[in-house]
Design a protein around this ligand. Structure first.
Ligand code: GLN
Length: 449
């Protein structure tokens, strides 16, 4: 066994051992087939952003998605129609009510959110239905891409809900009576039953949760299932509404976007970190797996996974600042030293986002380029620059150039290059130099001797 597998699988095994004896809760029986589930079944799985998977217990056992399908169909609707259009028909407010509450927003007639049944039925209805691409085909294809393998429907569970699902049909009729929805929720409710009956394993659900955490790209297959902004929107609604009337308490204690389903599946996503899933069919009164809730709560606490948890900032961004004070010129006068020694230098490392870019710009100020008349920003150890950081750095460097500072960047990988820069006046200043030496030589060559 590999060391990674030992470390992560051991943590999952410990949780399995700790909570397998928890016998509280009830099997769902409003869909009669679900009452036939094995009450002892208990699986746990985790997917990393690199697609490494870890699991224990009954992680390969199959069960139906039920409400865990809702965030993924919502993702599909958002990807096809956009947030503004979807938001016209489904709000994004926590309802504080049970998943199957008969309730719509007073004035607009919209369901509160896409995680409760009313909102999920509308969301399903919004998925286009065309002869070449029927609604359910689109949904099954999307769910399969999230999972990274072809999924299918448990026809027995579907038939069971089709017989007993009158409450959901009543909701669909209520929705139709309440507003000008451009599609028919009464027809869509049958599709909603089918999406709830899509069969998965705990490992599938962990891959699906990981795909949301990974900006909509399945970490296993590399398939871009939905755009990154859509994945973020879905995680936001899962965080506020995914656990129904227990969502606030869940976010407070566990701190992860999550979604539960009445067959006993439960997912949680750590943005940019992991996808987690559990399966255990005994449910608490909110319709959430008792063992799943306990296991994810304990795991979050033990591994420090709470979203609002603020760990020390990852590594330092700025590795070097030479300022006008450091330079020999400040002590011995300009004639006593080689010109390139009078160039201020700032070096940065790692991945640069907004926070890191602020550090770099602050360091550029600290290097006192106005006094040296010249500065080099060394980005050779930078591994990535996101678009926000790139725009900030290009703008900051442009300002220095405008202020008369001879400014150069050691950027052999051309990470700053692609975006135009507001206020950019001197192309040479932002030309990538291959090394710090070359950048310094170019700066020094412009300084008066
Ligand atoms: N199909 C189930 C229902 O509508 C889904 C509900 C759930 O999993 N919370 O009752």
């Amino acid at each position: 066994m590999s060391v990674a597998s030992e470390a992560v699988t051991d943590a999952l095994r410990e949780l399995h051992t700790r909570f397998a004896g928890l016998g509280d809760g009830q099997l769902a029986d409003h869909i009669p087939q679900l009452a036939l589930a094995d009450p002892d079944a208990f699986g746990l799985a985790l997917f990393s952003m690199e697609g490494h998977s870890y699991s224990t217990g009954d992680a390969g056992a199959t069960f139906t998605m039920q409400s865990v399908s809702k965030p993924f169909v919502y993702a599909l609707a958002l990807a096809v129609l956009g947030l503004d259009e979807v938001g016209r028909w489904v709000n994004a407010e926590p309802s504080g009510e049970a998943f199957n509450a008969i309730s719509l927003e007073p004035v607009t007639g919209r369901p509160d959110n896409a995680m409760v049944n009313a909102g999920a039925i509308v969301t399903t209805a919004l998925i286009p239905d065309t002869p070449g691409a029927p609604r359910f085909g689109r949904i099954l294809d999307c769910l399969s891409r999230f999972a990274g393998r072809q999924l299918d429907v448990d026809e027995q569970v579907y038939a069971s809900e089709a017989v007993t699902g009158d409450r959901n049909r009543a909701l669909a009729y209520l929705i139709r009576s309440a507003g000008p929805l451009p599609v028919d929720p009464v027809a869509a409710v049958e599709t909603y039953f089918r999406q709830c009956a899509v069969r998965v394993t705990t490992l599938d659900l962990a891959a699906m949760a990981a795909t949301l955490a990974h900006g909509g790209v399945n970490p296993l297959t590399g398939d871009a299932v939905v755009p990154e902004p859509v994945a973020a929107q879905v995680l936001a609604v899962m965080a506020t509404c995914g656990m129904y009337d227990a969502s606030g308490d869940w976010l407070l204690r566990v701190g992860l976007p999550a979604k539960s389903g009445v067959s006993g599946g439960l997912i949680a996503s750590g943005p940019a970190r992991f996808g987690l899933a559990t399966y255990s069919p005994l449910l608490d009164p909110t319709g959430t797996s008792v063992r799943g809730r306990a296991a994810l709560g304990a795991l979050s606490e033990r591994l420090g996974l709470h979203l609002m948890h603020n760990p020390a900032l990852a590594g330092s961004t700025v590795t070097l600042i030479t300022t006008a004070d450091d330079l020999p010129s400040a002590r011995t006068g300009p004639r006593a030293l080689a010109r390139h020694e009078r160039v201020a230098v700032v070096a940065a490392q790692g991945a640069l986002d907004f926070t890191a870019a602020e550090r770099v710009l602050y360091a550029l100020d600290e290097s006192r380029p106005q006094e040296t008349g010249s500065v080099v920003l060394d980005l050779r150890q930078v591994t990535d620059i996101d678009s926000v950081a790139r725009a900030m750095l290009r703008r900051g460097l442009g300002r220095l150039v405008e202020g008369g500072v001879r400014t150069a960047v050691a950027d052999p990988a051309g990470r700053l290059a692609p975006l135009p820069c507001a206020g950019e006046q001197d192309e040479a200043a932002l030309r990538p130099f291959a090394s710090r030496e070359e950048a310094m030589t170019w700066c020094a060559s412009g300084l008066a001797g």
